[in-house]
Ligand binder design. Sequence first.
Ligand code: HEM
Ligand SMILES: Nc1nc2c(c(=O)[nH]1)N[C@H]1C(S)=C(S)[C@@H](COP(=O)(O)O)O[C@H]1N2
Ligand SMILES: [Mo]
Length: 490
Amino acid sequence: MYLMSRRYAAAPRCPQAQAAHAAAAPSYPRYTREEVGRHRSPEERVWVTHGTDVFDVTDFVELHPGGPDKILLAAGGALEPFWALYAVHGEPHVLELLQQYKVGELSPDEAPAAPDAQDPFAGDPPRHPGLRVNSQKPFNAEPPAELLAERFLTPNELFFTRNHLPVPAVEPSSYRLRVDGPGGRTLSLSLAELRSRFPKHEVTATLQCAGNRRSEMSRVRPVKGLPWDIGAISTARWGGARLRDVLLHAGFPEELQGEWHVCFEGLDADPGGAPYGASIPYGRALSPAADVLLAYEMNGTELPRDHGFPVRVVVPGVVGARSVKWLRRVAVSPDESPSHWQQNDYKGFSPCVDWDTVDYRTAPAIQELPVQSAVTQPRPGAAVPPGELTVKGYAWSGGGREVVRVDVSLDGGRTWKVARLMGDKAPPGRAWAWALWELTVPVEAGTELEIVCKAVDSSYNVQPDSVAPIWNLRGVLSTAWHRVRVSVQG
Ligand code: HEM
Ligand SMILES: Nc1nc2c(c(=O)[nH]1)N[C@H]1C(S)=C(S)[C@@H](COP(=O)(O)O)O[C@H]1N2
Ligand SMILES: [Mo]
């Protein structure tokens, strides 16, 4: 009775579910996970599993209080990884509701696939099935746009992952961080020493890959790189030692005359043995206001393996590429990191430069990123109901510059409204985290909308209006106004 009084009371059962129910309860048909996986859309019907039970929830999709788009993220697979992120589903009435859609059970004899011992990626960790995968080996994936701006802090399981190489397996008790100090002295720190010898500092910071929104750039002209949508960006509360404290402890001074860089090396290495590496200017590393961390915590738990377990660098306000994961070594040098990823990648060029003419020595390495924003809801091509439409998204700028405004247009940029910004106020110049924003507007039945957003940062930097003039051969720094076309149902 309790259930029926709710807006999302179970819909009448589909014929399959009725047939299954008519048969005596214990004899449900058996399905393999692959068979369940074929039911991913309302047209093919929407099946999900919970435990070893199989459910046909097609008729519940439109009734879902969390919205149809969210339930469809789990279509064809297990509910548990998604429900783990939204505690409301732990309530008994939710399980009761689900039970009414049961159509089968999983085959008991499903053998899990044996890992391939030859595969260098065989030791990679398990991942959340909701991630949108751009490349499996190495693993590169982004949270679905539908969930990207649901939470100010991105759940660790959904945080975008950008790996260039297999994930190193690190035994925490034998882990050592090597810091090359002045005068040839080296410091070797265990994980326990890093935790106990330096005060724990916490920073909420957004990481963004230089290639975020690259797929919009390749629609103008092909570029080389992973086809990221709008999700190569995520936010976490990071905890760890300040890099500054560790460098001072190693004997470095507050300031050095001339040009110096702090170079990082990861434990992940290419087949030739070259580790992933990157560097940042010495001044940023030593500045107490720059909040650069050697992080061992992410959103209150130890770092997940994909995000650098046991220790990673977090450089707030700077392109993700400098936040080196699985950190094994820190060194100070008059030169930037010799790594391929510092020297011959992660740089911007003019649209006139192509692969025949590019000279990576002529452009500076990307450090602070430009102002960015995107619409996360609704999604391109959606048919939204008439009445009120809520547009949601994120906005962020590099270098600690705060987002001071987000403008939203529903008519391709002819007229604008100002969105409501959500998020905590940061100290001046230290706005390391994104702002989430929202705008609710009336929309008329049967119309076509071109939703556009653009952000303004505290230096009054704005995003460029179109992609072509900022096109570059590697598809980095893709920050043009984000445009999303949707139709309003008639
Ligand atoms: C068959 C599968 C599902 C069922 C039966 C279900 C059921 C429900 C129910 C009953 C609620 C309301 C809870 C309450 O307020 O008492 C709810 C809320 C919600 N669900 Fe689901 N859900 C399903 C799948 C999913 C999936 C896969 C996701 C995410 C990817 C999701 C995300 C959410 C969210 C975010 C809310 C909260 C909405 C709000 O607070 O306004 N659900 N769901
Ligand atoms: N050791 C190591 N560190 C790395 C990388 C890597 O492949 N290896 N990728 C970099 C890039 S390009 C980005 S955008 C961020 C992504 O961090 P995340 O996977 O935790 O989101 O990590 C950076 N640090
Ligand atoms: Mo990146």
